[in-house]
Design a binder for this molecule. Sequence first.
Ligand code: ADP
Ligand code: MG
Length: 437
Amino acid sequence: MPLLEVRALEKHYPVTEGLLKTEVGRVRAVDGVSFTVERGETLGIVGESGCGKSTAATSLLRLEEPTGGQVLFDGEDITSYTPAELKRFRRRAQMIFQDPTSSFDPRMAVGEAVAEPLVIHGVGGRERRRRIVADLLERVGLSAEDIDRYPHEFSGGQRQRIALARALVVNPDLVVADEPTSALDVSVQAEILTLIERVQAEFGLAIVFISHDMGVVREVCDRVAVMYLGEIVELGPTADVFDSPQHPYTRALLSSIPEPDPWSRGLGTVLTGDVPSPANPPAGCRFHTRCPELVPPEGYEFTRAEWRAVMNLRIRLEREGIDADAVREFVTGEASGERLDDEVAAAVRAEFELPETLSDPSAERVLRDALDDVVSGDDDAARDRLAEAFPTVCAGDRPALEPTDAGHEAACHLHRGYESAPADGEGTQETAPGADE
Ligand code: ADP
Ligand code: MG
């Protein structure tokens, strides 16, 4: 039995309006996340800011009430725990936060702060607690003499050591560490990571290690869960995920790791744009609005970049629309009354990094008609035209987390018999004859 088993965990925040606080929507911060953590294991949760990592952490510890799913700890469902049971659970499962400064009361000496959980759980007398704390301070690389000093007397890295001591003082089985080194200088970061690894072995701890940094995750985690917009999109042993990433989002995160060798920099895809709002997540695969490897429609020969650009245009039309008059004003200058439709269309193309002509002439014809719709102010027609001519499974179906050929799990249509468009430069025509004019 795993130490921790998270099943379809969900945390939705209501979006309310008006005096009556009518619910008008929900922020799907965590939207059906499942994973296990074995005793003594470190599971990484990685993803960009806003993907729901912190919410997953606080919900699985019931620091916030989950809105759905189950959390089994040692086989018991903590979501049905009574307050007394929850208190016992809190002793066995601790959390460390990103900012060590805000987690300490400035008026409380370090010894008191570290001993606080012991007091809460009624462990030992004053003298015994002092001995435990002094011992722990040394084990996290501080000195027993630090016990009577105050938080402001320590550096950020030292404060994170104190936070670790406070988490360990009740001898927990599980520590959830939410970006514990993100606020620290790189050199200090490495020291704290080494300390966490050492302490983990010494205490036989299971750790859920949350980070937005793939490099950090690689260093400390046995397994890794890649999170995107409230969901896990890839899950597997760290070495496998790094050697053979199965989800385009993971590949994009990996290519953003700073490369020490400047000559190999800039390879791979770069992730552009922000994580969409979880109040209105994209239909189908949630990553389809940014995915570089989006499955192209049948019957056309798109290159990867072309297809991405066309989809960006379509998504913009679906989500916000395009103000053709504003583009026209920009193109013609305010005083001019000319229409300059071709120039307006060209400006829209440029904005979406669409080439002058797509390499596939029939795709180009569709695009051209859609741009005509845009120029004449009919966004809906443009949107429908693109959606109808260029359907993609990625925008239609939500892929489930399933085993891949690589052995570990990913949630992507590319593992279900679909293929992405060829990367640019891979067997595509330079120009499309007859597509121009
Ligand atoms: P991460 O830790 O990966 O950066 P978070 O879990 O902090 O992500 O946030 C996930 C999403 O949930 C974000 O869009 C955030 O704005 C939203 N969110 C977090 N807390 C709340 C809250 N209390 N009410 C509404 N939305 C929230
Ligand atoms: Mg966070």
